[in-house]
Design a protein around this ligand. Structure first.
Ligand code: FES
Ligand SMILES: [Fe+2]
Length: 396
């Protein structure tokens, strides 16, 4: 196994060790001040789903791809976001731009492949053709079409920024939306994320899963370290301590550190010097819908993207990023094995439980739901969501 050292300074690592050792000794975990009650309709209300798309996802940046998925000029990738399906295109100057994947003529889906490399995009319906910068190059049989201003009929563009190795998009072509990832992440959280050097990783595999589960149900499943011992008995439960983590809010986002059972090997040691790097998982939760999990030898990135036009449909995107590109059969076999484990955890356990939950919370007479003090990261998420929707001009 190729482990990389935890990319944090000695004081930060010692802080992780102190907190986790202390929780282990006392049978505790980080706690919120009180139990939080929420209305179960947040997972199914169609009116709320419409507001989330308009007031939240139309304004805040979300990850649409890793840069390594479109490394070269003219490379493109299609991403389904909450409001629009977009085509991301690597430009001649190396920047990535994003366009709504709809032909400006009569609305055909312009790009029908998931990814590839093209100098221009022709619509399969009537042959209009667009350059990689989104501009309309040619109208088929133009003299018969009539007079239109081609310079105004380029593809609708969404704001894009590439940072920390990822391509971020604000999912709106309204024209008045800005994108500023540094501002969005905040200095402290951004420092914690940039230590991971995600721009030096390569996306080994990206998978999409379309499920009938509200995106917040899925986000909740990853924010919660309380279910591992019960829902993951067939997979990872033997390897992780249940209900034992530290939660550090960092502005609107937050960082969670969990202990693997292998931490017992270093548990009696001085926290200042104990080598905990291989024994913990560091998760960064990015509001509103993303998680970057640092495993000791790779990254797992999850996005829970609300599907357009539905209150409960979600496209879950999962990526494995590796420090070195997988070239040999041996390397590929190793990451395929990791992927299959993730699949088993998700498909056979998390998704089964949460499909049931989605149906069950649609029962009419269920009363409120509760997040315990130990579900501190979930509480952060739900409080943040409520505040963000309350005043969409000031997220967080
Ligand atoms: S809809 Fe694209 S060319 Fe007609
Ligand atoms: Fe889970």
């Amino acid at each position: 196994m190729v482990y990389t050292d935890l990319p944090y300074d000695a004081e930060t690592k010692a802080g992780f060790a102190r907190a986790l050792f202390d929780h282990l000794d006392r049978g505790t975990t980080d706690l919120a001040p009180e139990v939080l009650e929420i209305d179960a309709r947040v997972y199914s209300d169609p009116a709320l789903a419409v507001r989330e798309r308009a007031d939240l996802f139309g304004h805040v940046p979300i990850i649409a791809a890793h840069g390594s998925e479109l490394p070269n000029r003219n490379d493109f990738l299609v991403a389904q976001l909450p409001n629009n399906e977009v085509v991301l295109v690597r430009q001649a100057d190396g920047q990535v731009r994003g366009f709504v994947n709809t032909c400006r003529h009569r609305g055909a889906r312009l790009v029908n492949e998931d990814s590839g490399s093209r100098r221009f995009f022709s619509c399969r319906y009537h042959g209009w053709s667009y350059a990689g910068d989104g501009s309309l190059r040619a109208i088929a049989d133009e003299p018969t079409f009539g007079t239109v201003d081609k310079s105004c009929l380029g593809l609708k563009e969404v704001p894009v920024e590439e940072r920390h190795g990822f391509v971020w998009v604000v999912d709106s072509a309204a024209g008045d939306r800005k994108i500023d990832i540094g501002e969005w992440l905040g200095a402290e959280f951004e420092a914690s994320l940039s230590a991971l050097e995600m721009d030096r990783y390569t996306c080994y595999v990206a998978g999409n899963f379309d499920v009938d589960i509200n995106w917040k149900v899925l986000m909740d499943a990853f924010l919660d370290g309380y279910h591992i011992a019960y829902a993951h008995t067939g997979t990872v439960a033997p390897y992780f301590y249940n209900n034992l983590q530290t939660w550090q809010p960092m502005g609107r986002h937050g960082r969670m550190v969990s202990a693997r059972k292998s931490i017992d090997k270093v548990r009696g040691q001085d926290p200042e010097t104990a080598e905990i790097d291989r024994h913990i998982t560091v998760a960064h939760f990015l509001m509103p819908n993303m998680s970057v999990l640092r495993q000791p030898d790779h990254l797992e990135v999850l996005n829970f993207v609300p599907a357009p036009g539905t209150a409960t449909g979600t496209r879950m995107q999962m990526r494995i990023l590796t420090r070195e590109p997988a070239v040999t059969d041996e390397q590929k076999a190793r990451w395929d094995k990791n992927w299959n484990i993730l699949m088993a955890v998700l498909r056979d356990e998390d998704l089964v439980v949460n499909e049931g939950l989605q149906k069950a919370v649609s029962n009419q007479d269920i009363g409120p739901l509760y997040f315990g003090r130990n579900e501190i990261a979930n509480q952060h998420f739900h409080r943040w969501m409520a505040a963000a929707l309350d005043d969409p001009r000031h997220w967080g």
